[in-house]
Write a new protein. Structure first.
Length: 476
């Protein structure tokens, strides 16, 4: 079908043509330049009445002078259907929106927590987890409960040392008053143990603070307090600091004699320093009364645990699941061949030592000989001397103590004892290690008497003799 368009500018339409066997009808032009559309009909058909647009222009009366007035247009049934469908869809959309809003408020009002993470079809989503329990069914703390309850009792310790110049130390000459500022020499952990007379006392390890000149205690909330050393005890590896601040959370200490192997414990401290302050690790009591040598040769009976303990944890607390301190973390076996072997000073030992340091500055009731000594193995000819002692009946005498000096208050001061004399046995026990002596002293009190077997080298020969020594009180 061909269609012809009047250009609407008064131009002449197409002429009559017999081409294709059809007739073309060209009505007269309207004066309002309205565009008309015509349809082609077959040869036997009457010409179709022109289609009139709804907007005909001003002054058009529906009659063009040639054709009769066009009939009134009938409303399309299809249009009615479309309108009805649109109305129904609009009503449904409004109703759906109302239901969605109502459902949202219902969910919110019920307190149900939903993820706000945008989701895609088939993707993952997140939801709020249940609150972590702090107490178990037996009434004990969980690990999270211990952390929440005890964290404020745990502190970080920064140690500073005065660094004098080499000139100041050159044979004692020069200015002894160093003007250099103290520099940080170490970091460790501690636990708030008591409060008295306007001071709060911090328990830690002796090896953490013994070499320091000044100290800072950092509380769990980040507050820094200047601290003073109260005292240290190398034998138990316990030390005490004090700060001029009160009202802090004091830790509760348990009777460590009640610990059992397999009991769960929690360590809180600063592994790696204050950057990781109050990190929490958990494990179990692996063994009790493990003999661990102190820095001066004494054996301490320690708690063995598989709880992760690292440098910086020293001085920090080991808690039971009631939130009580059962030990002070002191050392670990650091080797690629070992894993999970840490040690803590039992709370009974730690509390007794710390209380005595606060009271008198040393551990009361501790016995000593009153000498300074060197181990026999520190001498170049020790092997030959040890072999000679074995021939005298003191086999494996690697723990023999070579006397350097006798103190003025020692009972040995007025005895036949000289420098370089050796203690090769105590109470009849050969000094296979220094621990033999320390064990005897730890079981004795000031005023007790012990029997010492002495050896002296004279004229390239070893002479052996025995003496008795009354023990005196050790004051640090």
């Amino acid at each position: 079908m061909d269609e012809f368009h009047n250009n609407g500018f008064g131009g002449e339409g197409p002429k009559d043509s017999t081409s294709g066997g059809g007739n073309y009808y060209t009505p007269p032009q309207s004066e309002n330049n309205t565009t008309y559309h015509y349809s082609y009909k077959g040869a036997d058909s009457e010409p179709e009445q022109p289609f009139y647009r709804e907007n005909y222009g001003e002054g058009f009366n529906g009659y063009d002078g040639v054709n009769p007035q066009p009939p009134k247009k009938k409303k399309s049934t299809a249009a009615k259907i479309v309108i009805v469908v649109l109305i129904v869809c609009l009503v449904a959309a409004v109703a759906g929106l109302a239901v969605s809003i109502a459902g949202y408020h219902t969910e919110s009002d019920s307190g149900k927590k939903e993820s706000t993470t945008s989701q895609v079809e088939g993707g993952a989503s997140t939801k709020d987890s249940a609150e972590v329990p702090t107490v178990d069914n037996s009434g004990n703390y969980t690990v999270a409960g211990v952390a929440k309850s005890c964290m404020d009792s745990c502190v970080g310790i920064t140690v500073y040392s005065q660094q004098a110049s080499a000139y100041n130390y050159f044979y004692g000459y020069g200015n002894n008053n160093s003007s250099s500022e103290p520099t940080k020499s170490g970091e460790g952990s501690g636990v708030i143990m008591s409060e008295s007379n306007g001071k709060t006392y911090i328990m830690t390890c002796a090896h953490v603070i013994s070499g320091g000149d000044s100290f800072t205690v950092t509380l769990n909330d980040g507050t820094e307090c200047e601290a003073k050393m109260v005292g240290t005890d190398a034998q138990t590896d316990i030390g005490v600091l004090s700060i001029e601040k009160t009202g802090l959370k004091i830790a509760e200490f348990a009777n460590s004699d009640n610990l059992v192997v397999g009991e769960q414990v929690v360590a809180i401290g600063c592994p790696g320093g204050l950057e990781f302050m109050n990190s929490v690790t958990s494990g179990y009591v692996s063994a009790l009364a493990r003999p661990i040598s102190s820095s001066i040769g004494y054996d301490n009976e320690c708690i063995q645990t598989d709880t992760a303990i690292n440098p910086g944890n020293s001085g920090g607390a080991l808690f039971n699941m009631q939130g009580q301190v059962v030990g002070i973390n002191s050392s670990k076996i650091a080797s690629t061949d070992y894993e999970g072997m840490g040690f803590a000073v039992p709370s009974n030992t730690a509390v007794a030592t710390a209380n005595s340091l606060i009271k008198v500055g040393y551990v009361e009731g501790r016995a000593k000989l009153g000498i300074t000594y060197s181990p026999i193995t520190s001498f170049n000819n020790s092997s030959a001397v040890i072999e000679a002692l074995a021939e005298k009946g003191f086999k494996d005498c690697e723990g023999a103590m070579v006397i350097s000096e006798v103190s003025e208050d020692s009972d040995l001061k007025n005895k036949d004892v000289k420098q370089y004399d050796m203690i090769v046995a105590v109470n009849g026990k050969t000094m296979t290690s220094v621990d033999v002596m320390t064990s005897v002293l730890s079981d004795s009190k000031p005023g007790d008497t012990v029997k010492l077997t002495m050896a002296r080298i004279e004229n390239n020969e070893i002479k052996v003799y025995e003496i008795e020594c009354k023990l005196i009180e050790s004051k640090g």
